[in-house]
Ligand binder design. Structure first.
Ligand code: ADP
Ligand code: ZN
Length: 744
């Protein structure tokens, strides 16, 4: 083991080291650091962060740093298992106790707790409040209580769990132990309930932004959904995705159609047996099923981080639900897509459903549905609308929604509007949207003919435009208040006073040109990057695919979901950076020490087999291919390529006087990756500012140590001999410098 557990003082620096060493991440996300500092100071903490925001790190990292065991209360057995597996894969000792764990195993876990071997213990709320368990806990040193999915405590919320209300006994029985409560639900009432019921002492509340910038938001008209979905899946081969439908039947038939295309798809809804459902869920987690078609019953308690897209076949009832569902995409931070198919027919059936559902809540629910509809019909940045709904303002357009990617152009739509308004009037304000469009386009169907609408003057006046265009223009007129829908009169369209002004030519109407969000979607796969990263991902390459296959093989052998081995984001970075040395591999975000030890070599082999590092087969490449300082091995790239742009870009920025950290930030790469570039560049004879990385006295000290060891010492021996004073980067640079001096 490279990382014998050291006695850590709970400082933010040690927390940062833990993040790098165990998780392989270079820096905390916004807020994580403040949250961790607060909890390490022994203060009660409330964390409100969206799904995928990175809540787990907030208690897991301090749990590693602080003395004792962190007791995590988590409501779902499947979730506990996932989290514990992920922790173990990172080299952190964790276990869980719930009704699925046998007595002898519970005893052995209890033993580990008493020995102080365990950093995190996950328990179900039932177990926690069961007789005897608190007595057991009293014998332990507990660093903190972490209450996950803390909104379950609130009877106002949608996931109320009665056992959660007993958690107040934690404060009563363990007054000294700090409590951290985490949830993705941000409303005030829930927040207040959490604090009160857990008897928190003046907790600090951390409310993070609910923005998920890596989600590409797209709304498409609800015509030919099946065709659109099949085409979408074809354009995203091997990418995991979820399709949400309203009805069970729809789930089954759509799944079947997808299967017929040779794609591994399953369906999931509340009408299935528990066994069937968990088999489907398991298949999805393990990437054996690429696509799940499900009702909204699916998703709660699913931690799968590599869901690359979420499609809504139907309009969701409200924005809360929509946001929660799309939030299941891209939890690893890599780009993901959310597509919503929108049709007015969905609005109508939802209205009916909601009116029947619960009479007391009808008005509230209808208002929420209206906001959802406005989002779907919007002609301005969708992310701004979403965040606005959650009380946040985005100061700029997001650049990662269909509207931003493909901004609509406006034109003088007065004439178009007049045609539609005139038809509305001549149809005596009795027609629905669909009928109006049919009349404008001169269709000869039953509804048109039986109403005698083929006789009115505007019949066929809009035959030059396709259905979808009219659909969009009429919705714009609705949104602009020229028309409204009389829901109680069979959804008939009525003209407003504003509409009359337009019809009479007293007012101009500007319209946004209709265009399908297709263009943005047809960008080459995998070349899209989330806003602000400027980083091209490499998901489309063969190498990425090979790495994915290797991940799947390893995951199956170990019986864990593939994303527990490495996240998609990590594999994407590997495919782009092609790390073949220890240093470079550890520089990839998501590769911590334990994962490097467990999997590093296999992934390096695969990269080498696929052409190796983006450097020529020279001294540098030879150096690069060694797996570790004590592993002078024979692996060389089989096929080498010209120096990759990635090194040249680093060199360019270095020549511009940027420091390693600045280059890393500018290029959105890990600092260790940049250091590996510097090493390679220097080995290849490029001029770099060596003094920035290695002083004369450091060089002298390293050379003295080398001389003391004699011969050509292994880097690890040198490292140990110098008592870890210099990192491998410096040691290698010193070696390269000496080579240069001696003209080798
Ligand atoms: P939540 O519980 O809030 O839904 P998770 O804790 O599962 O979110 O985190 C989502 C993903 O983000 C995980 O893959 C996690 O490893 C990753 N992550 C968390 N913190 C960081 C960080 N500081 N840097 C990079 N990735 C992170
Ligand atoms: Zn936008």
């Amino acid at each position: 083991m490279l990382f014998a557990p050291e006695a850590l003082t709970p400082t933010i620096e040690s927390a940062r080291r833990v993040l790098k060493q165990y998780y392989g991440y270079d820096s905390f996300r916004p807020m994580q650091e403040d949250i961790i500092a607060n909890i390490m100071a022994g203060r009660d903490t409330v964390v409100l962060m969206p799904t995928g925001g990175g809540k787990s790190v907030c208690f897991q990292v301090p749990a590693v740093v602080m003395e004792g065991v962190c007791v995590v209360v988590s409501p779902l057995i499947a979730l506990m298992k996932d989290q514990v597996e992920a922790l173990k894969a990172n080299g952190i000792s964790a276990e869980y106790i719930n009704s699925s764990v046998g007595q002898s195993e519970q005893n052995s876990i209890a033993g580990d707790c008493l020995n102080g071997h365990l950093k995190l213990l996950y328990v179900s709320p039932e177990k926690l409040v069961s007789p005897g368990f608190t007595q057991f806990l009293k014998r332990l040193r507990i660093s903190m209580f972490a209450i996950d999915e803390a909104h379950c405590i609130s009877s106002w919320g949608h996931d109320f769990r009665p056992e959660y209300t007993q958690l107040r006994l934690l404060r009563e029985q363990f007054p000294q132990v700090p409590i951290i409560a985490l949830t993705a639900t941000a409303d005030r009432l829930t927040q207040r309930d959490i604090q009160q019921q857990l008897r928190m002492h003046e907790p600090q509340v951390f409310l993070s932004s609910f923005d998920r910038p890596n989600l590409n938001l797209i709304v498409r008209p609800g015509q030919d959904r099946v065709g659109g979905i099949l085409e979408f899946i074809e354009r995203h081969p091997n990418e995991s995705g979820i399709i949400y439908c309203l009805s069970r039947k729809q789930c089954e038939t759509l799944a079947q159609k997808i299967q017929q295309k040779g794609i591994k798809a399953g369906f999931y809804h509340a009408g299935m047996t528990a066994n069937q459902r968990s088999a489907v869920q398991e298949g999805f987690l393990k990437d054996d099923l690429q696509v799940i078609v499900a009702t909204i019953a699916f998703g709660m308690g699913i931690d799968k981080s590599n869901v690359r897209w979420v499609i809504h076949y139907n309009l969701p009832k409200n924005i809360e639900g929509y946001y929660q569902e799309i939030g299941r995409g891209g939890r690893d931070g890599a780009p993901a897509t959310a597509v919503l198919f929108y049709s007015f027919a969905d609005v109508m059936s939802l209205r009916e459903m909601l009116t029947k559902d619960n009479p007391n809540l009808t008005q509230l629910n209808l208002t929420k549905l209206e906001r959802m509809q406005q989002f779907a019909e919007a002609a301005s940045c969708r992310r701004r609308i979403l965040l606005n709904y959650f009380g946040e303002t985005l100061p700029h357009d997001c650049g990662n929604c269909d509207i931003c990617r493909n901004p609509p152009t406006t034109f003088d739509g007065t004439l178009l509007a007049q045609k539609a308004l005139s038809a509305v009037v001549r149809m005596r304000e009795r027609g629905s949207i669909g009928l109006l469009i049919d009349v404008l386009r001169g269709m000869r169907n039953q509804a048109v003919l039986s109403g005698g609408y083929d006789q009115i003057k505007t019949y066929g006046a809009g035959a030059d435009l396709p259905y979808l265009d009219w659909y969009s223009y009429i919705h714009q007129m609705l949104n602009d208040g020229l028309l409204y829908i009389a829901y109680e009169e069979g959804y008939a369209l009525k003209m407003t006073d504003l509409g009359r002004e337009v019809l009479q030519g007293q007012r101009q109407q500007s319209m946004k040109k209709f265009q399908v969000a297709e263009k943005a979607e047809k960008l080459p796969r995998g070349k899209r990057a989330p806003r602000g990263t400027g980083k091209a991902t490499d998901t489309g390459t063969d190498l990425y695919e090979k790495l994915r296959q290797l991940r799947k093989r390893i995951a199956d052998e170990q019986n864990v979901p593939p994303y527990v081995v490495f996240s998609d984001a990590t594999l994407q970075e590997m495919a782009a950076e092609r790390p073949v040395s220890r240093v470079a591999m550890l520089g990839i975000s998501g590769v911590g020490m334990k994962k490097f030890e467990t999997y590093g070599e296999q992934f390096i082999r695969e990269i080498l087999a696929q052409g190796g590092a983006p450097t020529p087969d020279d001294a540098a490449a030879a150096d690069q291919t060694s797996l570790g300082p004590d592993d002078e091995d024979t692996r060389r790239p089989r096929r080498t390529r010209e120096p990759g742009d990635t090194h040249e870009n680093t060199l360019l920025l270095h020549r511009q006087g940027l420091t390693v950290d600045e280059i890393a930030e500018r290029r959105n790469l890990a600092a260790s990756t940049i250091r590996a570039h510097i090493e390679t560049l220097y080995a290849k004879g490029q001029q770099i500012r060596l003094e920035e990385f290695l002083s004369q006295s450091e060089y002298a000290e390293i050379m003295t140590a080398r001389a003391q060891l004699g011969g050509e010492p292994l880097l690890r021996d040198l490292f140990d001999h110098l008592r870890e004073k210099y990192d491998y980067f410096k040691l290698r640079l010193a070696g390269l410098y000496q080579k240069r001096l001696s003209g080798k």
